[in-house]
Structures are given as C-alpha cells and as structure tokens.
Design a binder for this molecule. Structure first.
Ligand SMILES: NC(=O)c1ccc[n+]([C@@H]2O[C@H](COP(=O)([O-])OP(=O)(O)OC[C@H]3O[C@@H](n4cnc5c(N)ncnc54)[C@H](O)[C@@H]3O)[C@@H](O)[C@H]2O)c1
Length: 322
C-alpha cells in the first residue's frame, strides 16, 4: 500500500481514525471524507500533516465523486450508527446508510477504485438463536440500521457482479477501544462502564448479566480492514470480524473491576425488551480467507482502553486544561 491513496469515509470517527493510523503506518496516503457529525478532529491529532481531510456528507453524490478521484482503496465507514436512533428516525438513517453507500459505490465504480471495503455489522443477523454465527446464517435484522447494512452488503456484492468493482464486506461484532465515545445516549457498554468506574460510580447490569457478546479490540478491526483490502480471491465476499470468544456481561464487569481497581458489585435492573441474548461469531472464514486473527485478547484490549480513559480523566481534571 506504500504510496497508494486510500479514502476512509468516517475517518474522523472511532474506528475510522484507528484505520487511518494503521494505513499511515503502512505508508499509504490517506484521504478522509467526514461530515464530523460524530467524528472529531481530535481523533486525528498528530496525523494532520499526512492527511487530506475533505469535510463533506456522503449523501452528496458530488462530494463522494470528488473524494474517490485518484483513489486505489475505499474504506467505507461513515454511517448513521445508532440502532435505536434508526428506529426513531428511519428516514435519516436510510438516507445516510442506503443513499450514502450507493453514492460511494457508484463513485468508486466510475473512478475505477481497485478495492472497496464496506463496514457492515452483526446487526444484520438479528436474534439467530444459535452461536457461533457463521456468515451463511439467514440475516433477519431487527432494526432499520441492520436492514440498511444488509442493503449495503447486497449492493456491494452486486457492484462486483455487475460492474467488476472488487468489494469486501466486514460484519463487525462489538468493537471497543480508545476513542470510543462514553457520553452519547446510546454509548456502548465498555466505554460507558469504564467512564463510570473511573468516576467511582456503580453501573447497572440489566437482566441476569449472563447475556453474552463478542468483543473485538479496535486495532484488530483496523487490521482486518487492511487484510480485506489486500487478500486475493475475496471480492464479492462477506466476513465476520470478531474475536470468536463469548463473554458474559458479568465476566466483562469482573474484568473491568480488576482493570480499574473498583470493588463494588454492579446494580441490577430489569431485562431490557429486545436485547439479544447471545452473540458470538464464527470466525473461520476471516481466518482462512483473509488470514485475519485478532492480536489482542480481552484483558490486553481492556488494559489499553482503561489506560486511555484514565489518561483523559487526568487531562480533564488538570486546572489549566493541560
Ligand atoms: N463500533 C461498533 O461496535 C460497530 C459495530 C458494527 C459496525 N460498526 C460500523 O463501523 C463504522 C464506524 O463506526 P464507529 O463506531 O467508528 O462510529 P463513529 O460514529 O465514531 O464514526 C462514524 C463516522 O462517520 C461520520 N459520518 C456520519 N455520518 C456521515 C455522513 N452523512 N457523511 C460523512 N460522514 C459521516 C461521523 O462524523 C464519524 O466520524 C460504521 O459504519 C458502523 O456502522 C461499528
């Protein structure tokens, strides 16, 4: 990838900024298309000089075309990412996740991009009733967000079949790591819990805590994207990107207590309606076809994540904002 130009949509976001860092480390030149709705320039600090940032919206076809010009690789991460938000406002979610993705596929085809890597989600599966979940499981999304990601996958596959654009879709499970926003209304469990524990607040676990998730450290997700851009014989395919390890919320909470030194038991709340009980990926395809194996287990990933939030809490607490 050395010297080649990669476009990262949503490059100022949580996962996008880690991918930008990984691409830069490979010697790639990086262009970002982002409207900064949830991403921020702070996520890109230290890299500004080596990046081209185009502030724009993927709903704008011209912005997408300009962003794809001269590009060898497109990593499409920009999205309306809130599952509950997509239920409340499916029109906006559709316009970004369907309209925006279509704009980018058309622009990538017309600009003769070599490979298009699409960030999809485990949300396409819905409640499968079995784990681990292979990619062949019939998708039955439970939200507009999941339906929109499935649309993106099918369009990506079609653009390969109809137009020869090499597309690869990655279904991320629960991604965590430095830079994830703990403050939003719909924040993911790991940053939310870490932020609370570091402030000495006791979080609430809903239900019996034996529901399970498949957590993957964000630097591994960046690595999976690099593999997807370069592996041979994978165009038109879809892959789970996950650890393949099932972790209950109770076990996660214990690990977070160990990592932060917090001692209190979690508060308990009622089971939340619509919560998926078990989610864990079958990672065989990604391992065999992309050569992707995660490098961080949960303890190592959490240690880095906790260190990041600890440092930030220290910075915020310093009197002159230093
Ligand atoms: N975080 C997870 O656990 C997870 C799981 C599955 C899939 N994903 C997918 O990974 C991708 C990245 O997610 P993230 O967690 O880094 O979220 P994020 O909100 O941090 O990043 C999304 C980025 O896209 C930008 N963006 C949003 N709408 C845009 C628009 N209309 N035009 C241009 N830019 C726009 C935002 O400003 C932000 O920088 C998304 O496609 C998301 O659906 C994430």
């Amino acid at each position: 990838m050395k010297g080649e130009l990669a476009l990262v949509t949503g490059g100022a976001g949580f996962i996008g900024s880690h991918l930008v860092r990984a691409l830069t480390a490979q010697g790639a030149r990086v262009r970002i298309l982002d409207n900064f709705s949830s991403g921020s320039r702070t996520n890109l600090s230290g890299m500004e000089h080596s990046l081209e940032v185009q502030e724009g919206d993927i709903r704008n076809a011209i912005a997408c075309r300009n962003a794809c010009r001269g590009v060898q690789y497109v990593f499409h991460l920009a999205a309306y990412i809130s599952v509950p938000g997509s239920i409340q406002d499916p029109v906006t979610a559709d316009s970004v996740n369907i309209g925006g993705t279509l704009n980018l596929l058309m622009a990538a085809r017309d600009c003769r991009v070599r490979r298009f890597v699409f960030s999809s989600s485990a949300a396409v599966y819905g409640e499968t009733g079995t784990t681990p979940i292979p990619e062949t499981t019939l998708p039955r999304p439970l939200s507009p967000y999941g339906v929109e990601k499935l649309y993106g996958e099918h369009m990506a596959r079609l653009y390969h079949a109809l137009h020869g654009l090499e597309t690869v879709c990655l279904r991320y499970f629960n991604v965590y790591g430095p830079g994830q926003n703990p403050a939003s209304e719909y924040a993911a469990v790991i940053p939310r819990f870490i932020a609370m524990l570091l402030e000495g607040k006791t979080p609430t676990i809903f239900g019996d805590g034996e529901q399970t998730r498949d957590f993957l450290f964000v630097e591994d997700v960046a690595c999976a994207n690099l593999r997807a851009a370069q592996a041979q014989g994978v165009a038109g395919e879809v892959f789970n990107v996950a650890s393949g390890v099932s972790t209950s919320l109770n076990a996660l909470y214990d690990a977070l207590k160990r990592g932060t030194g917090f001692r209190k038991k979690a508060l308990r709340g009622p089971e939340r309606p619509g919560d998926i009980r078990h989610s864990c990926a079958d990672t065989t395809r990604a391992r065999e076809m992309l050569g992707f194996t995660p490098q961080f287990d949960l303890a190592a990933g959490l240690a880095r994540t906790i260190a990041y939030y600890r440092e930030r809490a220290g910075v915020r607490a310093s009197p002159a904002g230093r």
